[in-house]
Design a protein around this ligand. Structure first.
Ligand code: MN
Length: 222
């Protein structure tokens, strides 16, 4: 796909989003999830493949429950630099609203699959090594741009809602409303994407086999 569609959709003199430049991170296997309060709240799931971020908009966000299949609509490839973008896209521009870096880390294709080939086939199994999301996942294409994001059963499986448990930015610990406030966005609109109460527990920590999930605490004053 490349970054042609990404470039066509945006006016870079109006949006603070990064320009359409291809590049590779050190591992070449970055993943990021951005929580985006645009017309609708959604979570943008992105995997680095061959110099770009393959991207899906997940309306309900990821679920750690293997019985839950989350709709993931494939959208245009994004530049690798997009992974660090947290801020406000002006109203009236494409994707206008507030963007938060919700989780960040690396992924690994399972059984040394080739990521590009597996995505081409529409069935990609991978492991996430993020702060909030870990373990085994699959993306399966159902038709055209429509995919499902599903958790495989492993140590990180839980019925708890990770989007509720860990609602703030992995980079800055800010809520959507706080990002909008800092970056001159619409605070009221952004706040509709935040839970009413921001829990002190903001993430699920790595755990050993058989142990219970531990959580880490935000450094937000409460
Ligand atoms: Mn989006």
């Amino acid at each position: 796909m490349g970054l042609t569609e990404y470039k066509k959709k945006r006016s870079f003199d109006k949006t603070p989003e990064p320009g359409p430049k291809k590049k590779r991170t050190r591992t070449g296997r970055m993943f990021v999830i951005q929580k985006h309060r645009a017309t609708q709240l959604h979570y943008d799931f992105r995997l680095e493949v061959d110099g770009v971020l393959k991207s899906w908009a997940v309306p309900k966000g990821p679920s750690l429950d293997p019985s839950v299949k989350r709709l993931a609509m494939q959208v245009e490839d994004h530049p690798v630099d997009y992974a660090k973008f947290e801020g406000v896209i002006p109203e009236g521009e494409y994707g206008g609203g507030t963007v938060m870096v919700w989780d960040y880390g690396t992924y690994k294709p399972e059984e040394d699959e080739d990521a590009a080939k597996s995505l081409e086939k529409g069935d990609f199994k991978f492991e996430l090594e993020g702060e909030k999301l870990k373990g085994s996942w699959v993306l399966v294409r159902t038709r055209n741009r429509q995919w499902l994001l599903i958790k495989h059963r492993d140590y990180y499986t839980t019925q708890e809602d990770v989007t509720e448990l860990a609602p703030v930015s992995i980079l800055t610990r800010r809520s959507l409303a706080e990002i909008a406030e800092d970056e001159g966005g619409n605070v009221k609109k952004a706040a509709t994407g935040d839970p009413k109460v921001i829990p002190r527990r903001t993430g699920v920590k790595r755990r050993k086999k058989g142990s219970k999930a531990k959580v880490w605490h935000s450094n937000r004053p409460s």
